[in-house]
Design a protein around this ligand. Sequence first.
Ligand SMILES: NC(=O)c1ccc[n+]([C@@H]2O[C@H](COP(=O)([O-])OP(=O)(O)OC[C@H]3O[C@@H](n4cnc5c(N)ncnc54)[C@H](OP(=O)(O)O)[C@@H]3O)[C@@H](O)[C@H]2O)c1
Length: 329
Amino acid sequence: MYLASADRYEAMPYKRCGKSGLLLPRISLGLWQNFGGCVPFETSREMVFTAFDAGITHFDLANNYGPPAGSAEETFGKLLKQDLSAYRDEMVISTKAGFTMWPGPYGDWGSKKYLLSSLDQSLRRMGLEYVDIFYHHRPDPDTPIEESMEALATALRQGKCLYVGLSNYDAKQTKQALGILKQLGVHCLIHQPRYSMFDRWPEDGLFDVLKKEGVGAIAYSPLAQGILTDKYFHGIPESSRAGKNKDSFVAKRVTPEKVEKAKKLNKIAQARGQSLAQMALAWVLEKEPMTSVIIGASRVSQIRENLDTLKNLTFSAEELAQIDKILGD
Ligand SMILES: NC(=O)c1ccc[n+]([C@@H]2O[C@H](COP(=O)([O-])OP(=O)(O)OC[C@H]3O[C@@H](n4cnc5c(N)ncnc54)[C@H](OP(=O)(O)O)[C@@H]3O)[C@@H](O)[C@H]2O)c1
């Protein structure tokens, strides 16, 4: 039987999520890959325990996480039932809907029909009465944004989530969505954009909207799915995410140019006494309005290494300029 570490709240800093009452750990754990039906249950279990024992209270899921889709929520539900039920009130559990989930016209995108039935399915898979945060996973160009926001507000009113969030909405779409939610009497807690040294699009307007509106931010793929580590310095290991799926987004992004930049960044990290992964996470966390960063991991050692990021979160102006120069070259 799992007993959480007694000192789990000692090392982790918590930050208020925008203008809300909710504190999030600076590092959160994502269950997109490596927690589904293809991974031994014991491996997922050990990673979740390592995280929770270190003060990671926030676990990020979505309906389609696995593979196969839905299986990460099933794994997490099993863990909640057999090991973590006593800790439910110490956890912030999020899920999302917006990507393809089931066949036919009601299993994708942003209709009220899809979002609310997907949330019901997520709750069933996890054995929960409510999730803490329910996100619309991506904007839907064909559904009126009012309908997608109405679905989030309905989930909130039904008590099936405590807070709502947006993911992958650009600055303009976010502004519009926040305005509609406000009219419905709902404050959007958080926005989840992809953000890393290699992908800085939120700096182009989104962060300004979030700061102005008091909405928190939580970055996903902060290591560019592993490219901002030393793992691709000598080719693509078979056991890596890019090695396991040669057609994946990350496999296409492991280019000689990116690896060269990562090697240069690694020199700055070493001078700071950090690994490249740690410096890349610290760099994300240093940005306003970043509340937390969601790490992915395929093994316990990565979670431990990434947690050590918290030992050095500050950058000198010179370091930041050197990093910008490498990224801009
Ligand atoms: N909202 C959205 O649309 C969306 C989209 C994607 C992800 N997310 C969320 O964000 C979370 C994180 O995304 P991500 O998995 O792409 O994040 P990431 O941190 O950029 O990449 C995680 C991968 O990097 C490698 N890694 C991590 N730490 C390492 C270390 N210390 N040393 C060497 N390699 C390391 C591992 O790859 P290997 O497998 O190669 O070991 C790991 O699976 C997801 O789980 C999910 O919750 C949200």
